[in-house]
Ligand binder design. Structure first.
Ligand code: 5GP
Length: 190
């Protein structure tokens, strides 16, 4: 998606450890007009697929998923909560995830009331790196005996194994911008 790539070129900052900072438009301040264009693009890419619900993860996925819902007939948006691993009660589905940016382990948690058997779920996140967050969400969807239709990602770091980890689970990935490499402060796209 050219509009998004241009925004990343103009405002993205490359940090040590292969981290791309895009807090001026994606995950701190939010460019709602751009989010709306991203929503249209995801809708186009999901053409012909029935989506009952969108599942994302706090905090950065929430804004994107909420705007996106408007392009999918206002389907409900559920966001998984990140909880430092603790004893889980029976009311929730949970899956253990390794955080890429914070280098720690947490649980993604969704109340069982909010994902129902056979529902067709579109999973959304801002970034794809090693695929841990997305695979945790797929796990939660499958625990509920619902169907993960696809994983939609805003920025995929194509040099990390996230895509293949998700595809191994039999779930297709749709990314709006795929980064080939981050080098000397520059972003190179595929
Ligand atoms: P994964 O679970 O695929 O390894 O990492 C994805 C999660 O880590 C995303 O939810 C995102 O919050 C965070 N993340 C991974 N790489 C980056 C990055 O380069 N920049 C930012 N801002 N977040 C990232």
């Amino acid at each position: 998606m050219e509009l998004l790539k241009n925004k990343i070129r103009e405002e993205g900052k490359v940090l040590p450890g292969n981290i791309l900072k895009v807090d001026s438009f994606l995950n701190h301040q939010m460019d709602v007009k751009l989010f709306n264009e991203m929503g249209k693009e995801f809708k186009k890419r999901m053409e012909g697929k029935k989506i009952d619900k969108i599942l994302t993860i706090e905090a950065s996925g929430i804004g994107i998923a909420t705007i996106l819902s408007q392009h999918f007939d206002y389907v409900p948006v559920v966001f998984a909560k990140k909880i430092a691993s603790a004893n889980m009660d029976k009311e929730v589905y949970h899956s253990r995830v390794q955080s890429f940016t914070k280098n720690k382990i947490y649980d993604v948690v969704v109340n069982k009331r909010f994902i129902n058997k056979k529902e067709r779920i579109l999973i959304i996140d801002d970034f794809l790196a090693n695929g841990c967050a997305a695979c945790g969400l797929i796990d939660v969807v499958r625990q509920a005996e619902a169907e993960p239709v696809a994983v939609g990602i805003v920025i995929e770091k194509g040099f990390q194994p996230g895509r293949s980890e998700i595809e191994k689970q039999g779930v297709p990935v749709e990314s709006l911008a795929i980064i080939d490499k981050l080098e000397e402060g520059q972003v190179y796209f595929k």
